[in-house]
Design a protein around this ligand. Sequence first.
Ligand SMILES: CC(C)(COP(=O)(O)OP(=O)(O)OC[C@H]1O[C@@H](n2cnc3c(N)ncnc32)[C@H](O)[C@@H]1OP(=O)(O)O)[C@@H](O)C(=O)NCCC(=O)NCCS
Length: 186
Amino acid sequence: MMFDEKLALETLGEAKIQPSSRLVFKRCSLDFVSEEYVGWMNDPEIRKGLVSNQSKETTRQDLEDYIRHLGPRTLQLAILREGSHIGNIKIYGDLELHHGRMEIGYLIGDRTQSNKGFATEAVEAVVGWCFEELLLQKVTSHCFVSNRASARVLEKNGFVLEGTLRDHVLWNGKFKDCRAYGKLAH
Ligand SMILES: CC(C)(COP(=O)(O)OP(=O)(O)OC[C@H]1O[C@@H](n2cnc3c(N)ncnc32)[C@H](O)[C@@H]1OP(=O)(O)O)[C@@H](O)C(=O)NCCC(=O)NCCS
């Protein structure tokens, strides 16, 4: 079957992705906005990896507004390990979807769960689903040049470094370089 934007949008709206025996995904609703989640977004170690705007502290209200306003072209999933919310992974793209392409972003916010392969597993499941169910041609992801752990997660999943984007993200008042990674369906 060929990629079809309308069908892909419908599939995104009904997504049920099962990652692995170690993890469970649930659609990230307001129920997942906890003190811990707010804490992750204000943890300097986490923040320095996030390419989204980090020019101010994140409040509970910010997270609630963000989740309330997620559009149909974004699927944000909570990553659960033994019933605990340990991080998030999202698939998103507005104009991108028109081209059979979407972007992924992820975080393991509970740092007691870092370096156990959970981000790698979450990315594997989401990317497999993007190719098999959305019939995307390409999945992309961007990370700061300094973010070696995130680059490893992508490389372990077969993403290819396509280039370095200079001064690509305004982060805390400074422009930072980003690495652009992509994986093709075939
Ligand atoms: C990046 C992040 C998602 C990784 O999650 P994780 O569950 O710890 O990742 P995994 O365990 O699946 O894999 C991490 C890999 O990076 C490696 N790694 C970790 N820290 C590293 C470092 N400082 N330098 C080089 N490699 C590093 C690990 O050894 C592992 O690779 P390996 O399996 O070859 O040993 C997590 O640290 C995070 O959420 N960071 C903050 C937010 C963020 O940066 N998100 C990504 C935005 S692009």
